[in-house]
Ligand binder design. Sequence first.
Ligand SMILES: [Zn+2]
Length: 356
Amino acid sequence: MIMSTVEQLPSPDFAAYFAHSMKPMDYEVAFIDELNKELPSSIIDAHVHASEEDHFDITKAQTILDKSASTFPETTIEQSQQIDALLHPGMSVRKLRFAHAFRGIDHKAVNDYLIEQSPVQDRVALFGVSENDEEIEYTREELLSGKYSALKMYYCSTAEEKKNLYEYFPPQVLEIAEKVAVPIILHLPKTVSKSMDEIRMLVQDYPNLRIMLAHAGVTWTLPTDFDTTMAEIAGYKNITVDTSGVTNSAIIRATLAHLGPQRVLYGSDEPLNLLREFTYVNPVKGPRLLTDYPYHWVDPQEYDAYKHLLPENLMYCELQQEDALLVAIRGLVSARKVDAHVQAIFHDNAQREFNF
Ligand SMILES: [Zn+2]
């Protein structure tokens, strides 16, 4: 009898993915140029992931390999700087970096890597772990060390997915974050509109805790009650949002209209900002991404069935995000106020929130 005990694993070629992403199309080069003219010469990106090859164990990551988030689990600080040279040539880009959130990443090792190797002009967010008392103690001690400018924790960074906020942001950790005035980066499992009970609880329990809602609290599409949600969020003065991953200018516009320019921070979600992505609504699967390369998470049949929807000039997500931000700002304020808004969102707010 032939034994087949070895599990079949996909073997993504991450180096090839990165190489592909670093080759801009001519129309992207032109648009990069056009967008950068609108931005301050010095910008701060408040949402960047980094890690080295040794930090990722693909055998522990099977359940995320069907998601686009798993495209670049290995992006070093050096590669991050190459991305800057591509997307913002000649400009100063400072970054708040932290580990990829998903399972399979050795989050403690990435924390060490970033603290040791991060360029002085950049900042590091602690990736907190909380599977047991020992990990909670680790997270508390690291927070108390004063080395970190923010704290990220996530609902599915380990095998068991967490449902409730205080399961993945344990109170023992939040009380330290509040005490040492380190803001948390909150990526909600559900859209913000469906998480308001938890938000209310959080701001009530930790009145001095600063909270940055990642991805403006949304995933891909604009929730119908988003406007009402942002109106309520506006009342919680310690909440800011980052714009990472948001390519829909209506989402940014509603966020800006309610929170004002001081509480919206540019974030790129690097390295995922390198994906050329297009969102469409699949009749069976709901909102889905289409892209330009056979990454391991792409379903070839789905791709063949829907590739005709792809725009001719499919661009890096980064360019779609920047464009959405600029469109939202221009749509909301008079021409003479645009520059001040851009300066706040692309630089000053992150400088203030994360001690740059
Ligand atoms: Zn992210």
